[in-house]
Design a binder for this molecule. Sequence first.
Ligand code: NAP
Ligand code: GFB
Length: 324
Amino acid sequence: MSTRVLVTGGTGLVGSAIRHVIQTTEKRNDEEWIFVGSKDGDLTDLQSTRELFEKYKPNKVIHLAAMVGGLFYNMNNNLDFLRKNMLINDNVLLVCHEINVNKVVSCLSTCIFPDKTTYPIDETMVHNGLPHDSNFGYSYAKRLIDVLNRGYFEQHNRLYTSIVPCNIYGPNDNFNPTASHVIPGMIHRLYNIINDNTVDTPQEERVFTVWGSGKPLRQFIYSLDLAKLAVWTLREYDSVSPIILSVDEADEVTIEFVARSIAKAFDFKGRIEFDTTKADGQHKKTASNTKLRSYRPDFQFTKFEEAIKYTVDWYLQNQDKVRK
Ligand code: NAP
Ligand code: GFB
């Protein structure tokens, strides 16, 4: 029997990367892939969810749909992140069970782990303590996916599992600075500083302000690398326990290094300053990818500065369709 895969959240950063890889390096002729966004059905509504899944009748699902955003968007909207994502996740997994979907891969995030923890974080630590205050809503909604997966396995023997990506970036991200994560937010802001024709300040005297101290540490995975690993998880990973999909611990970088890499990609000659009146969020959330490496020791991640350059170039060449 051929496989029909439905990707919820298929129009976003990760969804569009999965669409790219299954049409290129990860292509298989016995699989039909369908990508849907909120205009195809509002997954916070159970009836719309049922209608969407009845229409496509998938036998596998990659569940990406969520209210997603960076540190500042989370800090200002924790209740919405909690309720909307709880509704989406419960509806999607319930309907997958109702129509007998035999595999679901949902998405957690390395930002949902306990704030007071030992490092590196690993998959066994998801529920070991309170999440960081800045994104408690998103964190609890995501942790409940893992609890739901356990419930569907114990009560119905369903193989519903989850991936735990670190911070993701790449083409077709959300570049709106109010909602965005750090990399798209910085790209959008620096682009505007460079192209601001309302001032006649020479380029060398322009200032790019990084929000926060620049000291926090993050692991960043390029969206196309994550997409390949998400497709692998759907096809080959057969455990209900979450699996962290992250670059190596040694690839962790500071926010300052991110800013300097983006400035280099724009060939920006001005100054970089830090606005420490703005929040830093979690200082670090260093995650171990030992479990992933045990399955995929050979996997090659795209080099960070190379992927930043690809992303900046994509942004410059796709001004007409950038979400901002
Ligand atoms: P994104 O670019 O914001 O895309 C979100 C997707 O969800 C879009 O396709 C959106 O549809 C859809 N969606 C949102 N609300 C919906 C609703 N009520 N009904 C139906 N669809 C809805 O997000 P992303 O960065 O690709 O994230 C994908 C997954 O990865 C999420 O589960 C996220 O939590 C997880 N994740 C992301 C990161 C990161 O750094 N980006 C890190 C770890 C985990 P529209 O386009 O129509 O709005
Ligand atoms: O990607 P980000 O917004 O979220 O990164 P988190 C925030 C860090 O980047 C903070 C600094 O240290 C900010 O001070 N920063 C500097 C900026 N300039 C900017 C900017 O222009 N925009 C933004 N957004 N930050 C999120 C979680 O944490 O990680 C979410 O809140 C989600 O729930 C996401 O899981 C993956 O990495 O701090």
